[in-house]
Design a protein around this ligand. Sequence first.
Ligand SMILES: NC(=O)c1ccc[n+]([C@@H]2O[C@H](COP(=O)([O-])OP(=O)(O)OC[C@H]3O[C@@H](n4cnc5c(N)ncnc54)[C@H](O)[C@@H]3O)[C@@H](O)[C@H]2O)c1
Length: 292
Amino acid sequence: MIVVTGGSGKLGRACVKDLMDHGYTVTSVDVTPPPGQSNPPKPGDVTYSRADVTDFGQAMAALSMIDERVEKVTGVVHLAAIAAPGQATNHVTFAVNTVSTYNIFEAARQLGIRNVVWASSETVYGIPYPKGPRYVPVDEEIESPETAYSLSKLMGEKMAEQFCRWDPRTKIIGLRFSNVQEPQDYEHFAGYDKDPHSRKFNLWTYIDARDASQAIRLALESKLKGAHVIGIANSDGVMRRGNDELLEKVFPKAKRKRDLKANESLISIDKARDVLGYKPKHDWRKKTKAKA
Ligand SMILES: NC(=O)c1ccc[n+]([C@@H]2O[C@H](COP(=O)([O-])OP(=O)(O)OC[C@H]3O[C@@H](n4cnc5c(N)ncnc54)[C@H](O)[C@@H]3O)[C@@H](O)[C@H]2O)c1
């Protein structure tokens, strides 16, 4: 049994579906029920339990014994959070995200669940970029939070290192997701190209919710031990203009760490490819071409 916290959210819904499609038994734990959930649940609905994981007792219960439906939990996907800067006041965002991540790591530790995948964020690369990145593509060496939200994600990465030091049999993988998109979001992409400054906040990158879910599944299945941080984006960016033109116009001071392909993601996914075998399948321009 895999418990997914935040399973009713944008990424959580895609993750739950992907895991169930791949044969996993899943329980979604969230303060909000899955959209369209009926009572009693229909065949094929995810098992859902309401729990607020900022409360340690509820986090422990969610990973151990919600009720008779829950089998032994073998892995946790922790996505529940205040999911962006500005969705709450800074101190609330920091407190909710840091405490809920601590609670999930600690509940997993106490229950001997040594397989944890959680959502860190592209913001740890320094996004949003008023002045631009030091170098591109940005990669996992960068720790440059600019907001309370991003700081809460970096705290999660640091906590993961210590939890894995305490028990080296543990695996905690933090995935630094780019901005999550669902298929209906792609209709807006063509419009971005008019203005090179549009979407500069995250270096014109994105992650399809289905590819993000692939990365989560691969991370759960990975044989790694210890704490790891891995950047996850699609292999291309949102713009039709090439990287040379975009960088020259918007961030002329950004150094190139290596040669860049015209439309490749400026969040590096080299580590995800090497370590997880991640292969994004839902790059938006492939789909748009296929439709044309
Ligand atoms: N959306 C993005 O662009 C993006 C980018 C990078 C990282 N992330 C991270 O990915 C994760 C999922 O993001 P999302 O876009 O699906 O967000 P979302 O807001 O759509 O979903 C978050 C879910 O968490 C639940 N939740 C919040 N606090 C909770 C709590 N205390 N206990 C239980 N459930 C709680 C909410 O009810 C919601 O269903 C978050 O951790 C977010 O920080 C998102």
